[in-house]
Design a protein around this ligand. Structure first.
Ligand code: ADP
Ligand code: MG
Length: 318
């Protein structure tokens, strides 16, 4: 199968279209209609074999995941995803692999009404890069640098689950229990919090998505905002699956430092906390208050009101 047949069969024919795509896959470039009065939000994230996923990762999971991590970046800006491109590097054109990959990719793209409008296909080590475009009203994106002191800090979902799942993926042995299967699935099929991110416009003063671990990513948000924070380890939402898999101590370490969760972490000033309660009623994930920002720099964790040092498990995938 040559490059053009591959693009046509697996990507062009299946790419859903949107009314704002004037020209999609098949020409030298795509043409889209940017609504007047909208700001364009652009993100790009790559995944490489060996660095971001181990060899046995199912193709369907890779198709889902390469788009999910990009949708998550758009979500973390409080924007609405609209279009994306996909650059695929393949060692060989395996038809059943490509079918599964495209199934995973388009199931998620359709769920978020995001059109694939182009890309590139090259021969090389297995890897995939998505560039995603989102729209937001000018001035309404939620940035990392907007947190002030004495604001509440929230996190969606249960951080640490994907980190546990990543270790299961690396171990590459069959999962023994339902909880292990669910954790593995959290690594393979992250759920980008697009709806949640959008509804935080005008409520969250700052936001980041969690790819490198809660402690690390929240640290980036605080540094960008020029504030510090005090957080309580007991407030962290640790799921039963994670507890069963890792035990209380290691579960806490994973919740703080495990990567790949693609949950949202954000700050809300006191006067808007009621708005958060209102908008989060229809969210598909829990949202938990884990601490508060303060004027003095530094990220301080406490446990039973004592200072708590984050375990030094600087998370490296492989
Ligand atoms: P060019 O040589 O002009 O860059 P290509 O021959 O590489 O164009 O690609 C032909 C068309 O297929 C273009 O519209 C390109 O965006 C699209 N395309 C290539 N690879 C992919 C892919 N993996 N997914 C989606 N579209 C792709
Ligand atoms: Mg090309």
């Amino acid at each position: 199968m040559d490059e053009f047949a591959l693009i046509d069969r697996f990507f062009a024919r299946r790419a859903q279209s949107r009314p704002d795509v004037e020209l999609g896959i098949g020409d030298d470039a795509a043409v889209t209609l940017v609504p007047t009065g909208s700001a364009l939000v652009i993100a790009c994230d790559a995944m490489c074999l060996g660095t971001h996923f181990p060899p046995a990762t199912p193709a369907r999971a890779l198709g889902h995941r390469c788009l999910a991590i990009n949708l998550s970046d758009i979500a973390a800006m409080g924007a609405r995803p609209v279009w994306c491109t996909l650059t695929l590097s393949l060692e060989e054109a395996d038809e059943s692999w490509l079918t599964e990959f495209a199934d995973g990719f388009f199931a998620l793209a359709d769920a978020h009404d995001t059109a694939l409008i182009g890309g590139d296909t090259v021969r090389g080590p297995l890897g995939m890069t998505v560039t995603i475009h989102g729209l937001v009203e000018p001035g309404c994106s939620v940035r990392r640098d907007g947190a002030g002191p004495h604001e509440a800090i929230f996190v969606t979902g249960c951080p640490g689950e994907a980190g546990a799942g990543c270790s299961l993926a690396i171990a590459a042995k069959p999962c023994d229990s339902r909880s292990e299967r669910r954790l593995l699935s959290r690594f393979h099929y992250p759920a980008p919090r697009v709806h949640e991110g959008l509804s935080l416009q005008g409520i969250a003063t700052s936001m980041i998505d969690l790819s490198d671990g809660l402690h690390e990513d929240l640290g980036k948000l605080l540094t960008a905002s020029g504030v510090g924070a005090e957080l309580s380890a007991e407030a962290l939402p640790v799921s039963d699956d994670l507890l069963e898999f890792a035990g209380a101590e290691r579960a806490l370490g994973l919740a703080l430092t495990g990567g790949d969760d693609y949950e949202l972490c954000f700050t809300v000033p006191r006067e808007r906390e009621r708005d958060l309660v209102r908008v989060s009623r229809d969210w598909s994930c829990p949202v938990t208050r884990i601490g508060e920002t303060r004027a003095r720099a530094g990220l301080v964790w406490t446990r039973d009101h004592q200072p708590f040092t984050v375990p030094d498990t600087t998370f490296s995938h492989f």
